[in-house]
Write a protein that binds this ligand. Structure first.
Ligand code: NAG
Ligand code: NAG
Ligand code: NAG
Ligand code: NAG
Ligand code: NAG
Length: 416
Protein backbone atom coordinates (compact mmCIF):
# COMPACT_ATOMS: atom_id res chain seq x y z
CA UNK A 1 0.00 0.00 0.00
CA UNK A 2 2.73 2.47 1.11
CA UNK A 3 5.04 1.76 -1.81
CA UNK A 4 2.32 2.06 -4.46
CA UNK A 5 1.30 5.48 -3.07
CA UNK A 6 4.97 6.56 -3.13
CA UNK A 7 5.17 5.33 -6.72
CA UNK A 8 2.11 7.32 -7.77
CA UNK A 9 3.44 10.51 -6.16
CA UNK A 10 6.73 9.94 -7.93
CA UNK A 11 4.99 9.54 -11.30
CA UNK A 12 2.90 12.69 -10.82
CA UNK A 13 5.90 14.79 -9.81
CA UNK A 14 7.95 13.44 -12.70
CA UNK A 15 5.25 14.28 -15.23
CA UNK A 16 4.90 17.78 -13.84
CA UNK A 17 8.63 18.27 -14.19
CA UNK A 18 8.59 17.07 -17.80
CA UNK A 19 5.70 19.40 -18.65
CA UNK A 20 7.63 22.28 -17.12
CA UNK A 21 10.66 21.45 -19.25
CA UNK A 22 8.55 21.33 -22.39
CA UNK A 23 6.97 24.73 -21.62
CA UNK A 24 10.37 26.35 -21.10
CA UNK A 25 11.72 24.75 -24.25
CA UNK A 26 8.80 25.96 -26.38
CA UNK A 27 9.17 29.46 -25.09
CA UNK A 28 12.73 29.54 -26.37
CA UNK A 29 11.82 28.11 -29.73
CA UNK A 30 8.95 30.57 -30.06
CA UNK A 31 11.22 33.53 -29.39
CA UNK A 32 13.82 32.50 -31.91
CA UNK A 33 11.17 32.44 -34.59
CA UNK A 34 10.49 36.11 -34.02
CA UNK A 35 13.94 37.54 -33.60
CA UNK A 36 17.39 36.95 -34.92
CA UNK A 37 19.50 36.47 -31.86
CA UNK A 38 22.74 37.78 -33.27
CA UNK A 39 23.08 40.68 -35.63
CA UNK A 40 24.93 40.13 -38.91
CA UNK A 41 28.49 39.93 -37.83
CA UNK A 42 29.77 40.40 -34.32
CA UNK A 43 32.93 41.76 -35.90
CA UNK A 44 36.04 42.73 -34.04
CA UNK A 45 35.45 44.42 -30.72
CA UNK A 46 36.52 47.99 -31.14
CA UNK A 47 37.37 49.62 -27.85
CA UNK A 48 34.91 52.41 -27.33
CA UNK A 49 35.16 54.34 -24.10
CA UNK A 50 31.76 54.04 -22.43
CA UNK A 51 30.09 57.39 -21.94
CA UNK A 52 30.13 58.47 -18.33
CA UNK A 53 26.38 58.25 -17.92
CA UNK A 54 26.28 54.61 -18.92
CA UNK A 55 26.89 51.73 -16.62
CA UNK A 56 29.86 49.48 -17.34
CA UNK A 57 27.48 46.54 -17.75
CA UNK A 58 25.76 48.14 -20.73
CA UNK A 59 28.40 47.42 -23.34
CA UNK A 60 26.49 47.15 -26.59
CA UNK A 61 26.26 44.26 -28.90
CA UNK A 62 28.12 45.74 -31.83
CA UNK A 63 25.83 46.13 -34.79
CA UNK A 64 26.84 47.03 -38.27
CA UNK A 65 26.21 50.74 -37.86
CA UNK A 66 27.68 51.14 -34.42
CA UNK A 67 30.80 49.44 -35.80
CA UNK A 68 31.04 52.14 -38.43
CA UNK A 69 30.33 54.77 -35.85
CA UNK A 70 32.97 53.48 -33.47
CA UNK A 71 35.38 53.30 -36.35
CA UNK A 72 34.70 56.86 -37.47
CA UNK A 73 34.72 58.16 -33.92
CA UNK A 74 38.08 56.56 -33.24
CA UNK A 75 39.62 58.77 -35.83
CA UNK A 76 37.65 61.89 -35.24
CA UNK A 77 37.09 62.14 -31.55
CA UNK A 78 40.13 60.68 -29.84
CA UNK A 79 39.27 60.36 -26.22
CA UNK A 80 36.35 62.76 -26.13
CA UNK A 81 32.95 62.43 -24.63
CA UNK A 82 29.66 60.80 -25.14
CA UNK A 83 27.73 60.42 -28.37
CA UNK A 84 24.61 62.17 -27.16
CA UNK A 85 23.88 64.87 -24.68
CA UNK A 86 22.60 63.00 -21.68
CA UNK A 87 19.85 64.55 -19.69
CA UNK A 88 20.05 63.46 -16.10
CA UNK A 89 16.28 63.33 -15.82
CA UNK A 90 16.17 61.07 -12.82
CA UNK A 91 19.59 59.59 -12.60
CA UNK A 92 19.79 60.00 -8.84
CA UNK A 93 19.16 56.45 -7.73
CA UNK A 94 19.70 54.01 -10.51
CA UNK A 95 23.08 52.42 -10.29
CA UNK A 96 22.34 48.87 -9.19
CA UNK A 97 19.00 48.67 -10.91
CA UNK A 98 20.48 49.71 -14.22
CA UNK A 99 23.04 46.97 -14.15
CA UNK A 100 20.39 44.35 -13.55
CA UNK A 101 17.70 45.55 -15.89
CA UNK A 102 19.24 47.29 -18.83
CA UNK A 103 19.37 44.73 -21.61
CA UNK A 104 19.86 46.44 -24.96
CA UNK A 105 17.53 45.07 -27.60
CA UNK A 106 19.49 44.86 -30.79
CA UNK A 107 17.66 42.05 -32.53
CA UNK A 108 16.07 42.83 -35.86
CA UNK A 109 12.49 42.03 -36.48
CA UNK A 110 11.96 39.46 -39.17
CA UNK A 111 9.31 40.33 -41.72
CA UNK A 112 7.79 37.58 -43.78
CA UNK A 113 6.39 39.92 -46.42
CA UNK A 114 8.40 42.54 -48.30
CA UNK A 115 7.46 46.21 -48.18
CA UNK A 116 4.56 46.69 -50.58
CA UNK A 117 5.73 47.57 -54.07
CA UNK A 118 3.59 50.70 -54.28
CA UNK A 119 5.12 52.06 -51.07
CA UNK A 120 8.63 51.54 -52.37
CA UNK A 121 7.66 53.08 -55.65
CA UNK A 122 6.18 56.10 -53.87
CA UNK A 123 9.45 56.72 -52.03
CA UNK A 124 11.38 56.30 -55.23
CA UNK A 125 9.19 58.94 -56.89
CA UNK A 126 9.54 61.43 -54.05
CA UNK A 127 13.30 61.10 -54.04
CA UNK A 128 13.48 61.38 -57.80
CA UNK A 129 11.28 64.47 -57.76
CA UNK A 130 13.61 66.14 -55.26
CA UNK A 131 16.61 65.44 -57.47
CA UNK A 132 14.82 66.74 -60.55
CA UNK A 133 13.67 69.91 -58.84
CA UNK A 134 17.13 70.58 -57.45
CA UNK A 135 18.55 70.20 -60.95
CA UNK A 136 15.81 72.26 -62.60
CA UNK A 137 16.78 75.90 -63.02
CA UNK A 138 13.14 77.00 -63.13
CA UNK A 139 12.95 76.23 -59.40
CA UNK A 140 14.79 79.11 -57.79
CA UNK A 141 15.25 79.90 -54.13
CA UNK A 142 17.94 81.54 -52.01
CA UNK A 143 20.74 79.20 -51.07
CA UNK A 144 19.84 76.60 -53.68
CA UNK A 145 23.16 76.67 -55.48
CA UNK A 146 25.50 76.74 -52.50
CA UNK A 147 27.45 73.69 -51.41
CA UNK A 148 27.00 71.92 -48.11
CA UNK A 149 30.22 73.53 -46.86
CA UNK A 150 28.71 76.96 -47.36
CA UNK A 151 25.68 76.37 -45.17
CA UNK A 152 26.18 78.35 -41.96
CA UNK A 153 26.40 76.40 -38.76
CA UNK A 154 23.26 77.87 -37.26
CA UNK A 155 21.18 76.70 -40.20
CA UNK A 156 22.03 73.09 -39.37
CA UNK A 157 20.14 73.16 -36.09
CA UNK A 158 17.24 71.06 -37.36
CA UNK A 159 19.25 67.95 -38.17
CA UNK A 160 19.09 65.50 -35.29
CA UNK A 161 21.73 62.77 -35.34
CA UNK A 162 21.40 59.34 -33.77
CA UNK A 163 24.76 57.60 -33.82
CA UNK A 164 23.48 54.40 -32.26
CA UNK A 165 21.33 53.51 -35.21
CA UNK A 166 22.89 55.69 -37.88
CA UNK A 167 19.92 57.96 -38.42
CA UNK A 168 19.62 61.66 -39.24
CA UNK A 169 16.23 63.34 -38.95
CA UNK A 170 15.51 66.85 -40.12
CA UNK A 171 12.55 68.07 -38.10
CA UNK A 172 9.98 70.41 -39.59
CA UNK A 173 7.71 71.98 -36.95
CA UNK A 174 3.99 71.35 -37.52
CA UNK A 175 4.70 68.08 -39.34
CA UNK A 176 4.37 65.45 -36.59
CA UNK A 177 7.70 66.66 -35.33
CA UNK A 178 6.91 66.09 -31.63
CA UNK A 179 6.32 62.44 -32.28
CA UNK A 180 9.42 61.98 -34.38
CA UNK A 181 11.50 63.85 -31.83
CA UNK A 182 10.12 61.49 -29.20
CA UNK A 183 11.20 58.55 -31.31
CA UNK A 184 14.68 60.02 -31.69
CA UNK A 185 14.91 60.37 -27.90
CA UNK A 186 13.85 56.75 -27.41
CA UNK A 187 16.37 55.57 -30.00
CA UNK A 188 19.20 57.61 -28.52
CA UNK A 189 18.54 55.92 -25.16
CA UNK A 190 19.66 59.12 -23.50
CA UNK A 191 16.57 59.56 -21.38
CA UNK A 192 16.62 57.23 -18.41
CA UNK A 193 13.68 56.30 -16.24
CA UNK A 194 14.50 54.25 -13.15
CA UNK A 195 17.89 53.68 -14.70
CA UNK A 196 16.43 52.12 -17.83
CA UNK A 197 16.18 53.97 -21.15
CA UNK A 198 12.69 55.28 -21.72
CA UNK A 199 11.01 53.07 -24.34
CA UNK A 200 7.58 54.62 -24.58
CA UNK A 201 7.61 57.71 -26.80
CA UNK A 202 4.35 59.03 -25.37
CA UNK A 203 5.66 58.90 -21.80
CA UNK A 204 8.17 61.64 -22.59
CA UNK A 205 6.85 64.97 -21.31
CA UNK A 206 6.21 67.65 -23.89
CA UNK A 207 8.61 70.25 -22.55
CA UNK A 208 11.40 67.70 -22.61
CA UNK A 209 10.63 66.70 -26.20
CA UNK A 210 11.23 70.25 -27.39
CA UNK A 211 14.14 71.00 -25.11
CA UNK A 212 17.16 71.39 -27.37
CA UNK A 213 19.47 69.82 -24.85
CA UNK A 214 17.67 66.50 -25.50
CA UNK A 215 18.81 66.38 -29.10
CA UNK A 216 22.24 66.13 -30.63
CA UNK A 217 21.97 68.36 -33.68
CA UNK A 218 24.50 69.15 -36.37
CA UNK A 219 25.04 72.70 -35.16
CA UNK A 220 26.41 71.26 -31.91
CA UNK A 221 29.21 69.53 -33.80
CA UNK A 222 31.24 72.73 -33.83
CA UNK A 223 31.45 72.89 -30.10
CA UNK A 224 32.53 69.29 -29.92
CA UNK A 225 34.66 68.63 -32.99
CA UNK A 226 35.98 72.05 -33.95
CA UNK A 227 37.47 72.15 -37.41
CA UNK A 228 36.63 68.47 -38.04
CA UNK A 229 32.94 69.23 -37.69
CA UNK A 230 32.04 69.71 -41.36
CA UNK A 231 34.11 66.72 -42.37
CA UNK A 232 32.49 64.49 -39.78
CA UNK A 233 29.05 65.72 -40.82
CA UNK A 234 29.74 64.77 -44.39
CA UNK A 235 30.89 61.29 -43.33
CA UNK A 236 27.69 60.85 -41.35
CA UNK A 237 25.52 62.22 -44.13
CA UNK A 238 27.03 59.63 -46.42
CA UNK A 239 26.70 56.66 -44.09
CA UNK A 240 23.52 57.33 -42.19
CA UNK A 241 19.91 57.11 -43.26
CA UNK A 242 18.45 60.58 -43.56
CA UNK A 243 14.73 61.28 -43.37
CA UNK A 244 12.33 64.18 -43.38
CA UNK A 245 8.58 64.63 -43.03
CA UNK A 246 6.71 67.34 -44.93
CA UNK A 247 3.11 68.38 -45.56
CA UNK A 248 1.15 70.72 -47.79
CA UNK A 249 2.77 74.13 -47.16
CA UNK A 250 -0.47 76.11 -46.89
CA UNK A 251 -2.04 73.57 -44.56
CA UNK A 252 1.12 73.75 -42.46
CA UNK A 253 0.61 77.51 -42.14
CA UNK A 254 -3.00 77.03 -41.02
CA UNK A 255 -1.81 74.50 -38.50
CA UNK A 256 0.85 76.90 -37.21
CA UNK A 257 -1.70 79.68 -36.87
CA UNK A 258 -4.20 77.50 -35.01
CA UNK A 259 -1.56 76.16 -32.69
CA UNK A 260 0.24 79.39 -31.87
CA UNK A 261 -2.41 82.10 -32.08
CA UNK A 262 -5.77 80.45 -31.50
CA UNK A 263 -4.49 78.82 -28.34
CA UNK A 264 -3.09 80.86 -25.47
CA UNK A 265 0.63 81.01 -25.92
CA UNK A 266 2.30 83.77 -23.97
CA UNK A 267 5.61 83.51 -25.79
CA UNK A 268 4.11 83.68 -29.27
CA UNK A 269 1.67 86.36 -28.19
CA UNK A 270 4.47 88.64 -27.03
CA UNK A 271 6.86 87.93 -29.86
CA UNK A 272 4.48 87.86 -32.82
CA UNK A 273 0.81 88.45 -32.08
CA UNK A 274 1.40 91.89 -30.55
CA UNK A 275 3.38 92.93 -33.62
CA UNK A 276 0.58 91.76 -35.93
CA UNK A 277 -2.10 93.51 -33.89
CA UNK A 278 -0.15 96.74 -33.89
CA UNK A 279 0.73 96.70 -37.57
CA UNK A 280 -2.28 95.16 -39.26
CA UNK A 281 -5.23 95.27 -36.85
CA UNK A 282 -5.37 98.90 -35.74
CA UNK A 283 -4.36 98.09 -32.18
CA UNK A 284 -1.65 100.63 -31.33
CA UNK A 285 -1.53 99.35 -27.74
CA UNK A 286 -2.47 95.68 -27.75
CA UNK A 287 -3.20 93.99 -24.39
CA UNK A 288 -0.06 93.26 -22.42
CA UNK A 289 -0.57 89.54 -21.89
CA UNK A 290 -2.23 86.72 -23.76
CA UNK A 291 -4.77 86.17 -20.98
CA UNK A 292 -5.84 89.79 -21.13
CA UNK A 293 -6.10 89.63 -24.90
CA UNK A 294 -8.18 86.44 -24.87
CA UNK A 295 -10.26 87.93 -22.06
CA UNK A 296 -11.39 90.74 -24.35
CA UNK A 297 -11.51 88.46 -27.39
CA UNK A 298 -8.57 89.94 -29.23
CA UNK A 299 -6.21 87.90 -31.33
CA UNK A 300 -4.68 88.42 -34.75
CA UNK A 301 -6.78 87.00 -37.57
CA UNK A 302 -5.47 84.46 -40.05
CA UNK A 303 -5.38 87.24 -42.60
CA UNK A 304 -3.20 89.34 -40.23
CA UNK A 305 -0.86 86.38 -39.95
CA UNK A 306 -0.55 86.15 -43.74
CA UNK A 307 0.06 89.91 -43.90
CA UNK A 308 2.83 89.47 -41.39
CA UNK A 309 4.44 86.73 -43.52
CA UNK A 310 4.28 88.86 -46.65
CA UNK A 311 5.60 92.02 -45.01
CA UNK A 312 9.24 92.55 -46.09
CA UNK A 313 9.82 94.11 -42.66
CA UNK A 314 9.32 90.70 -41.03
CA UNK A 315 12.37 89.03 -42.56
CA UNK A 316 14.43 92.15 -42.01
CA UNK A 317 13.92 91.90 -38.26
CA UNK A 318 14.74 88.21 -38.03
CA UNK A 319 14.40 85.05 -40.09
CA UNK A 320 10.98 83.41 -40.09
CA UNK A 321 10.20 81.48 -36.97
CA UNK A 322 10.73 77.75 -37.49
CA UNK A 323 7.00 77.08 -37.33
CA UNK A 324 6.47 78.89 -40.60
CA UNK A 325 9.95 78.90 -42.10
CA UNK A 326 10.07 77.17 -45.47
CA UNK A 327 11.22 73.55 -45.42
CA UNK A 328 13.94 74.28 -47.97
CA UNK A 329 15.49 76.69 -45.47
CA UNK A 330 15.19 74.30 -42.54
CA UNK A 331 16.40 71.09 -44.14
CA UNK A 332 18.51 71.96 -47.24
CA UNK A 333 17.00 69.29 -49.49
CA UNK A 334 19.32 70.14 -52.39
CA UNK A 335 22.47 69.71 -50.31
CA UNK A 336 21.32 66.68 -48.32
CA UNK A 337 20.09 63.69 -50.24
CA UNK A 338 17.27 62.40 -48.12
CA UNK A 339 16.79 58.64 -48.20
CA UNK A 340 13.21 58.86 -47.05
CA UNK A 341 10.67 61.61 -47.62
CA UNK A 342 7.53 61.16 -45.54
CA UNK A 343 4.32 63.08 -46.09
CA UNK A 344 2.02 63.88 -43.20
CA UNK A 345 -0.89 63.06 -45.49
CA UNK A 346 0.31 59.45 -45.57
CA UNK A 347 1.95 59.50 -42.15
CA UNK A 348 0.89 56.12 -40.86
CA UNK A 349 2.04 54.08 -43.83
CA UNK A 350 5.19 56.15 -44.14
CA UNK A 351 6.06 55.77 -40.46
CA UNK A 352 5.66 52.03 -40.59
CA UNK A 353 7.75 51.76 -43.74
CA UNK A 354 10.42 54.09 -42.37
CA UNK A 355 10.83 52.39 -38.99
CA UNK A 356 11.13 49.11 -40.80
CA UNK A 357 13.69 50.51 -43.22
CA UNK A 358 15.67 51.91 -40.29
CA UNK A 359 15.46 48.49 -38.63
CA UNK A 360 14.17 49.91 -35.40
CA UNK A 361 10.58 48.67 -35.63
CA UNK A 362 11.37 46.19 -32.87
CA UNK A 363 12.34 49.03 -30.55
CA UNK A 364 9.72 51.68 -31.09
CA UNK A 365 6.32 52.27 -32.65
CA UNK A 366 5.07 55.51 -34.15
CA UNK A 367 2.44 56.94 -31.80
CA UNK A 368 -0.90 57.40 -33.53
CA UNK A 369 -2.34 60.85 -33.11
CA UNK A 370 -5.88 61.45 -31.92
CA UNK A 371 -5.71 65.20 -32.04
CA UNK A 372 -7.88 67.42 -34.17
CA UNK A 373 -5.52 67.66 -37.11
CA UNK A 374 -5.75 70.48 -39.59
CA UNK A 375 -7.34 68.98 -42.70
CA UNK A 376 -6.54 70.02 -46.26
CA UNK A 377 -10.25 70.35 -46.98
CA UNK A 378 -10.45 73.41 -44.71
CA UNK A 379 -8.02 75.32 -46.89
CA UNK A 380 -10.66 77.13 -48.92
CA UNK A 381 -12.49 78.23 -45.75
CA UNK A 382 -9.39 79.55 -44.09
CA UNK A 383 -8.18 81.45 -47.10
CA UNK A 384 -11.60 82.96 -47.85
CA UNK A 385 -10.66 85.91 -45.60
CA UNK A 386 -7.34 86.46 -47.38
CA UNK A 387 -7.36 88.68 -50.52
CA UNK A 388 -6.57 86.74 -53.69
CA UNK A 389 -3.54 88.95 -54.38
CA UNK A 390 -2.08 88.04 -50.99
CA UNK A 391 -2.74 84.34 -51.62
CA UNK A 392 -0.74 84.51 -54.85
CA UNK A 393 2.12 86.29 -53.18
CA UNK A 394 2.07 83.74 -50.40
CA UNK A 395 2.24 80.97 -52.96
CA UNK A 396 5.37 82.55 -54.44
CA UNK A 397 6.92 82.60 -50.98
CA UNK A 398 6.30 78.89 -50.50
CA UNK A 399 6.46 77.72 -54.11
CA UNK A 400 9.80 75.90 -53.74
CA UNK A 401 8.32 73.77 -50.96
CA UNK A 402 5.29 72.96 -53.11
CA UNK A 403 7.45 71.93 -56.04
CA UNK A 404 10.29 70.15 -54.23
CA UNK A 405 7.91 67.87 -52.37
CA UNK A 406 5.28 67.33 -55.04
CA UNK A 407 2.35 69.35 -53.71
CA UNK A 408 0.09 70.70 -56.44
CA UNK A 409 -0.38 74.41 -56.85
CA UNK A 410 -3.70 75.10 -55.05
CA UNK A 411 -5.39 76.45 -58.15
CA UNK A 412 -8.84 76.62 -56.60
CA UNK A 413 -7.78 79.25 -54.09
CA UNK A 414 -5.31 81.10 -56.32
CA UNK A 415 -7.50 81.54 -59.41
CA UNK A 416 -10.54 83.26 -58.06
C1 NAG B 1 18.51 54.28 -3.53
O1 NAG B 1 17.32 53.60 -3.17
C2 NAG B 1 17.51 52.71 -2.07
C3 NAG B 1 16.17 52.00 -1.84
O2 NAG B 1 15.55 51.71 -3.05
C4 NAG B 1 17.95 53.49 -0.84
O3 NAG B 1 18.19 52.58 0.23
C5 NAG B 1 19.23 54.23 -1.16
O4 NAG B 1 19.60 55.05 -0.06
C6 NAG B 1 19.04 55.11 -2.37
N1 NAG B 1 20.30 55.73 -2.76
C7 NAG B 1 20.40 57.01 -3.10
C8 NAG B 1 21.76 57.46 -3.51
O5 NAG B 1 19.45 57.75 -3.12
C1 NAG C 1 11.80 72.32 -65.10
O1 NAG C 1 10.52 72.73 -64.65
C2 NAG C 1 9.72 73.29 -65.67
C3 NAG C 1 8.48 73.88 -65.06
O2 NAG C 1 7.85 72.98 -64.23
C4 NAG C 1 9.41 72.23 -66.70
O3 NAG C 1 8.59 72.75 -67.73
C5 NAG C 1 10.71 71.73 -67.27
O4 NAG C 1 10.47 70.66 -68.17
C6 NAG C 1 11.66 71.27 -66.18
N1 NAG C 1 12.95 71.02 -66.76
C7 NAG C 1 13.58 69.85 -66.64
C8 NAG C 1 14.91 69.76 -67.25
O5 NAG C 1 13.06 68.91 -66.07
C1 NAG D 1 21.88 78.78 -59.70
O1 NAG D 1 22.62 78.44 -60.85
C2 NAG D 1 21.86 78.51 -62.08
C3 NAG D 1 22.76 78.10 -63.22
O2 NAG D 1 23.43 76.94 -62.92
C4 NAG D 1 21.36 79.93 -62.29
O3 NAG D 1 20.56 79.97 -63.45
C5 NAG D 1 20.53 80.34 -61.10
O4 NAG D 1 20.12 81.68 -61.23
C6 NAG D 1 21.32 80.19 -59.81
N1 NAG D 1 20.42 80.46 -58.72
C7 NAG D 1 20.76 81.24 -57.69
C8 NAG D 1 19.74 81.45 -56.66
O5 NAG D 1 21.85 81.76 -57.62
C1 NAG E 1 16.35 71.96 -20.93
O1 NAG E 1 16.97 70.97 -20.17
C2 NAG E 1 18.09 71.43 -19.44
C3 NAG E 1 18.76 70.24 -18.80
O2 NAG E 1 17.85 69.29 -18.40
C4 NAG E 1 17.62 72.46 -18.40
O3 NAG E 1 18.72 72.94 -17.68
C5 NAG E 1 16.93 73.59 -19.14
O4 NAG E 1 16.42 74.51 -18.22
C6 NAG E 1 15.84 73.08 -20.03
N1 NAG E 1 15.35 74.17 -20.84
C7 NAG E 1 14.07 74.46 -20.96
C8 NAG E 1 13.72 75.60 -21.84
O5 NAG E 1 13.21 73.82 -20.38
C1 NAG F 1 -11.54 70.68 -35.02
O1 NAG F 1 -11.19 72.06 -35.12
C2 NAG F 1 -12.04 72.80 -36.00
C3 NAG F 1 -11.53 74.23 -36.14
O2 NAG F 1 -10.61 74.57 -35.18
C4 NAG F 1 -13.48 72.78 -35.46
O3 NAG F 1 -14.30 73.49 -36.33
C5 NAG F 1 -13.91 71.33 -35.35
O4 NAG F 1 -15.21 71.29 -34.78
C6 NAG F 1 -12.95 70.52 -34.49
N1 NAG F 1 -13.35 69.12 -34.55
C7 NAG F 1 -13.39 68.37 -33.46
C8 NAG F 1 -13.81 66.95 -33.66
O5 NAG F 1 -13.04 68.77 -32.37
Amino acid sequence: MGTSRMFRIFVVLGSAFMILLIIIYWDDVGASHLYLHTPVSPGPKIPHPPPPHQQPQTSRTPSFLSDIDAFVNQFLEPGTGEPTDPVPADTSNQSEKAEERYIPRREWKIHLTPVAAELRERQEQRRRLLQEMCANDSVVFPGKNRSFDDIPNKELDHLIVDDRHGIIYCYVPKVACSNWKRIMIVLSESLLRDGVPQRDPLAIPRDLVHNNSMHFTFNKFWKRYGKFAKHLMKVKLKKYTKFIFVRDPFVRLISAYRNKFELRNEDFYRRFAQVMLRRYANQPTPPASVDEAFGVGIHPSFSNFIQYLLDPQTEKEMPFNEHWRQVYRLCHPCQIQYDFVGHLETAEDDAEQLLRQLRVDNVVEFPTSHRNLTASSWEADWFSTVPVEARRELYKLYEPDFRLFGYDRPDSILNE
